[in-house]
Ligand binder design. Structure first.
Ligand code: GAF
Length: 379
């Protein structure tokens, strides 16, 4: 959606022009899965799919939101009483961020919002984080509230944890707020230190949507988090960031097998994330390739968050590109997308391979997006 079209739509809904338009991107995670809420490392990039929010001030205490992608449904509430709305699930992302923003910073007033986006939903590309960050950007700009990218991300995460009910980590909100064009971002989820890292000009980010859908809240995501916390408690560490392979092997006899496997994934995934991000810097694609392949196997066998159609996509793309690129599931899991780093001259072959093999083997139709890494949220 271009800004002009959104502004025109806004005028039709609210009978005046918007004061501003904010945008926040979705993300793809190249490697480092479920490590964020264990204080570990992740390596995502912001992508050229996102959420747009057009906004104007109101002179009362009401928030009025029109969702273009839900048949122009309207949800409104007073800043004085923000409750969870069972009837319009999408509205709770706005209600949640407004509540935490209001608690964190004084000066917020009512607003009219018009929202639209093109991040595929339930696909592991962070449509909800992009929605949260776009609303936070729009409202903080509208009311001149001093909210930087890291604070916005922390508020978005808090809204999701405390209001929406998903115990997500910080990765999605932080990359949506802080992404840099042409770069992936190595994020230390303990210190929140960020290192932008240019993506190689020789490769493209190709995302293959399996179209196997599974909402995070409904999935086993929260259970994985609990199992990681159980592992940290058994190992007597504050978070699995401190766990090592040696500690894990020593504690193995006193650990339920499932917890052992979850911890093993986190410990090895942190190491792979650091190895892959360092290798990408020096153009060592073979190491990146290996790390992504092992990451997928670990998500499949130890963290148990992949599904057969996703495993199939990874297998056929891996067979095709080998060590010239990398491929793995991306995001929370239980469906969603595969991310591949593909040499530019192999992109057409990857598309063809998916078109030829995926539907006959699985009964699902895939969508393929050749993406660019974009800048984070702006207003
Ligand atoms: C989801 C969560 F929102 C993130 O915080 C992260 O844990 C991810 O799943 C898995 O790496 O996107």
């Amino acid at each position: 959606m271009d800004k002009q079209t959104l502004a025109t739509e806004f005028s039709q809904h609210y009978a005046h022009t918007p004061a501003l338009i904010a945008h926040a991107p979705g993300r793809v995670n190249l490697i480092g899965e479920h490590t964020d809420y264990n204080d570990g490392f992740v390596f995502p990039a912001a992508i050229n799919f996102g959420t747009w929010v057009a906004a104007s001030k109101r002179d009362d205490n009401a928030m009025v939101i029109t969702a273009m992608d839900y048949g122009n449904q309207v949800n409104s509430f007073s800043l004085d009483a923000i409750e969870y709305d069972e009837s319009q699930g999408w509205a709770n992302y706005v209600r949640g961020v407004v509540k935490v923003l209001q608690d964190a910073l004084p000066g917020l007033g009512g607003a009219n919002l018009l929202v639209t986006g093109n991040v595929p939903q339930g696909a592991g590309l962070s449509s909800s984080a992009s929605f949260e960050i776009a609303v936070l950007k729009a409202l903080s700009a509208l009311y001149g509230l001093p909210l930087d990218g890291v604070q916005a991300a922390l508020l978005g995460q808090k809204a999701e944890n405390t209001f929406v009910g998903c115990s997500c980590g910080i990765m999605d909100q932080l990359i949506s707020a802080m992404g840099k064009e042409g770069n992936a971002m190595l994020l230390d989820c303990e210190s929140l230190a960020i290192e932008h890292s240019p993506l190689p000009a020789t490769h493209q980010i190709v995302i293959i949507n399996s179209n196997v859908k599974r909402g995070l809240v409904d999935s086993e995501y929260n259970l994985r988090r609990e199992q990681c916390e159980q592992g940290a408690a058994i190992l007597n560490v504050a978070s699995l960031r401190q766990a090592t392979q040696a500690m894990l092997e020593e504690a193995k006899p006193s650990m339920p097998e499932v917890v052992y496997k979850r911890v093993k994934h986190i410990v090895t995934e942190n190491a792979r994330t650091l190895a892959a991000s360092a290798a990408l810097k020096t153009g060592d694609i073979e190491t990146v390739s290996k790390a992504m392949a092992q990451s997928h196997i670990s998500m499949r066998d130890d963290f148990e968050i992949t599904v057969p159609p996703i495993d199939f996509l990874v297998e056929i793309i891996n067979d095709l590109i080998g060590a010239s690129g990398g491929v793995r599931m991306t995001g929370g899991g239980f469906g969603g997308c595969v991310v591949a780093l593909v040499p530019t001259d192999s992109v057409a072959a990857v598309k063809q391979c998916v078109a030829d093999k995926y539907y006959p083997a699985t009964g699902y139709q895939a969508d393929v997006y050749v993406c660019t890494a974009t800048q984070g949220a702006f207003a």
